[in-house]
Ligand binder design. Structure first.
Ligand code: PEP
Length: 246
């Protein structure tokens, strides 16, 4: 799989009919073979999307519970995601952390449960507007705790997404230099926990108001290996154009 990843987080949008139309248009408009493309619909849409998704695209889920099974009404586990064809799962998205109160400890349990079920976790980290002055410390805590007990060999199956909370859904993208610097910090943290080789091989995606008109400069940065796209992933033309620039 190419190290460059463009993932579309559809969040809580679309019906199965809209989703099928979107997949069809993306299949017709995306040509690049240099990019790993991951489509990440709501849970209810996963079976419909899995039934039509071309094999050159991967399917992901937006969240999961860390337990293998049990009395967790409303939750979905890693093997259920595997069962419907997912190979990726977003873990610790800022909306989960800040709207639904997920802690670093819960995020770590999800990362470990995803890996145990052979799903690739996309571990999301990023500072809030209030934490901008302490971004390095926030990233250190989120990355180190999020990856606790993950082995070096498991790191081959981990993707990290840097998503500054103040940039998500706001139209305020981090500048390419700001994003690259945060990605560099994340790579250094991975290097100090594991080693340089692991840090160089991990894909670190940028997320936060990425659009067709601002992605080119972001993708030129040394430490940016792709993007996690929210709003713009619902627009086939925008998403295809971002993939073409990746
Ligand atoms: C996201 O939800 O991960 C995201 C980056 O959203 P947006 O692109 O809309 O800012």
């Amino acid at each position: 799989m190419p190290k460059t990843i463009v993932a579309g987080n559809w969040k809580m949008n679309l019906t199965s009919r809209d989703a099928l139309t979107l997949v069809k248009i993306l299949d017709n408009t995306i040509e690049s073979k240099k990019v790993t493309i991951v489509l990440i619909p709501s849970f209810t849409l996963l079976p419909a999307v899995a039934s039509v998704i071309p094999s050159r695209f991967s399917l992901g889920a937006q969240n999961m519970h860390f337990s293998a099974k049990g009395a967790f009404t409303g939750e979905v586990n890693a093997s259920q995601l595997q069962d419907v064809g997912c190979s990726y799962v977003i873990v610790g998205h800022s909306e989960r952390r800040h709207v639904f109160g997920e802690s670093d400890g819960m995020v770590n349990k999800k990362v470990l449960a995803a890996l145990a079920a052979d799903l690739i976790p996309i571990l999301c980290v990023g500072e809030t507007a209030e934490e901008k002055d302490t971004v390095d410390a926030v990233l250190k805590r989120q990355v180190e705790t999020g990856l606790a007990s993950v082995t070096k060999s498991q790191m081959k199956k981990v993707v990290i997404a840097y998503e500054p909370v103040w940039a998500i859904g706001t139209g305020n993208t981090a500048t390419p230099a700001e994003a690259d610097s945060a990605h560099g910090v994340i790579r250094k943290i991975v290097s100090s926990v594991y080693d340089v080789k692991t840090a160089e091989s991990v894909s670190i995606l940028y997320g936060g108001s990425v659009k067709a008109d601002n992605c080119k400069e972001l993708f030129k940065q040394k430490n940016i290996d792709g993007a996690l796209i929210g709003g713009a992933s619902l627009d086939a033309e925008e998403f295809s154009s971002i993939v073409a620039d990746a």
